[in-house]
Write a protein that binds this ligand. Structure first.
Ligand code: AHR
Length: 504
């Protein structure tokens, strides 16, 4: 975990790395994704039947190949806000018999040509695990139980047999299930109070765990530092055996929080993800508080945080009902790198994080009918997913700090905002990996890197200035590879992400 000492701007920054101080295991699920029936994520993104680039299932092969390179462990589906009116039965069985329906989250028409079986097949093609979100809007508990039975049932029961009839003998064994999405939001069909949500969530959880105690159930939190999060945790994180439940297993396994950050000014944009770091800390404390107040036995599994929507997104510049297609800049790529540093630093608490979303909608990967573009934000994601695995290790940063405004404003009072934002990991392969984001638009920082040894591999993501994008037909931002002898100091270029990697 990077601890920090503030220096004057003219002093030489120091990054010390301690591979012998393993702090916590990095859950690979922090590199997870999210595909929603929204804009061109599913239709025209991952599913594009009739396109010469698609396979016999209608899956875009260029998208599949690119995503395989990201090594995505889990993908959340089918939303997002879309879930609140989605009936999964509409999306299974013969395609010509599936109904088209008005879609109320993004105000389009849902044709249901892509549904549960298509998603499962697509997950198998990508090599990822599915994570499904229940309809807490117009859906019923019966429907939810039926969906679990359809996906996971092995007996001679109605929905398990329906799956077989639809061509899939073996169960899909879907582990991760969300108890609704952003049920607190005024944009949500059947928006709920925290009291109504907590009551419904615990009752659904009880029934779902009766059907399958091995499910991992994810409670719908808000942004972490909110009364909603406090209340829902307090009501739902109860001992397995309690007045509410005779379950042999805990009812809630993870707590979900969401945050999107953005600013049209570079420094507020790249420091905004530090709000997520504080939100994770607060949520972690709320989890402990609920466990203390509810006298949860210490040996009952402590829930982790499922940060199942995060990214850079300005919903005014890229409106949801217009498909939310962002054209990301180098500044946004560096913000994504800071986001990922946060997840590595907070690996003790974060059990999953899902970039929202995986294709076209606020995404690092864009499609046209003719091919794909890897946006600026693709490259930090690719580098982290490839190298920042294993263990979070001790690191200390001494540097100057950015002192200007932050977005949200409260970050300024709660967090330090160093010029060099750092996380460090030790991989199973014995390599130390250090990710350093120099957020300054103007200044290269010549720094000491204590602990670096031997030949150091260097990966740099930068560009001519913070406003460049890859969406104009030119790859302005990509990865440059080099080496460094680990002697003297290393110069972290202005507005860059640098990943240094050496054998411990
Ligand atoms: O990811 C886009 C939308 O943002 C999701 O549907 C919703 O959950 C959030 O508000």
């Amino acid at each position: 975990m990077a601890t920090f000492t503030k220096l004057d701007d003219q002093e030489t920054p120091v990054i010390s790395v301690h591979p012998e101080r393993k702090i916590s295991k990095i859950n690979p699920n922090i590199y997870s994704g999210f595909t929603e029936h929204m804009g061109r994520c599913i239709y025209g993104g991952i599913y594009d039947p009739g396109n010469p680039l698609s396979d016999e299932n209608g899956f875009r092969t260029d998208v599949l190949e690119a995503l395989k390179g990201l090594n995505i462990p889990v993908v959340r589906y089918p939303g997002g806000n879309f879930c609140a009116t989605y009936h999964w039965l509409d999306g299974v069985g013969p395609k010509e018999q599936r109904p088209s329906r008005p879609e109320l989250a993004w105000l389009g028409t849902e044709t249901n040509q892509f549904g549960t079986d298509e998603f499962m097949k697509w997950c198998e093609a990508v090599g990822t695990e599915p994570y499904l979100c229940f309809n807490f809007g117009t859906g019923t508990l019966d429907e939810a139980l039926g969906w679990v039975e359809y996906c996971n049932g092995t007996g001679n029961t109605y929905y398990a047999n329906l799956r077989r009839k639809n061509g899939r003998e073996e169960p899909y064994n879907v582990k991760y299930w969300a108890l609704g999405n952003e049920c607190w939001g005024p944009w949500q069909v059947e928006q709920m109070t925290k009291e109504a949500y907590a009551h419904k969530a615990i009752q659904w959880a009880k029934a779902l765990k009766l059907l399958d105690p091995s499910l991992i159930l994810i409670l719908c939190g808000k942004e972490g530092a909110t009364t909603w999060d406090y209340y829902t945790l307090k009501e739902c994180l109860v001992p397995a055996h309690s007045a509410l439940s005779t379950s042999s297993v805990p009812l809630i396994d993870m707590h979900s929080i969401h945050l999107y950050t953005s600013s049209s000014s570079h420094l507020p944009n790249v420091t905004a993800p530090l709000a997520a770091e504080r939100a994770i800390e607060v949520t972690s404390s709320l989890i402990d508080l609920a466990r203390v107040e509810n006298q949860v036995p210490p040996d009952q599994l402590r829930p982790t945080i499922c940060f199942d929507e995060w990214n850079v997104w300005d919903p005014i510049r890229a409106e949801g009902s217009q498909g939310a297609e962002e054209s990301y800049t180098l500044s946004d790529a560096l913000a994504v790198a800071v986001w990922l540093n946060v997840f590595v630093r907070k690996s003790k608490d974060v059990g999953m994080a899902n970039i929202a979303q995986t294709v076209n909608v606020i995404s690092p990967l864009m499609t046209t009918k003719e091919g794909i573009t890897k946006q600026t934000t693709w490259w930090p994601l690719w580098l982290f997913s490839r190298y920042m695995r294993g263990w979070t290790i001790g690191s200390h940063v001494s540097s100057g700090t950015y002192e200007g405004e932050t977005k949200p404003a409260w970050v300024r009072g709660a967090m330090q905002t160093p010029w060099l934002d750092v996380s460090a990991s030790l991989g199973e392969d014995g390599y130390v990996n250090v990710a350093v984001v120099n957020i300054s638009e103007e200044k290269d920082f010549e720094s000491r890197v204590e602990g670096a040894t031997g030949e150091v591999q260097v990966f740099t993501v930068t560009g001519a200035d913070v406003s460049v994008s890859n969406m104009n037909g030119k790859e302005e931002v990509a990865i440059q590879e080099s080496t460094w002898s680990a002697s003297g100091s290393y110069v972290f270029p202005k507005h860059s992400l640098t990943l240094l990697r050496w054998k411990a």
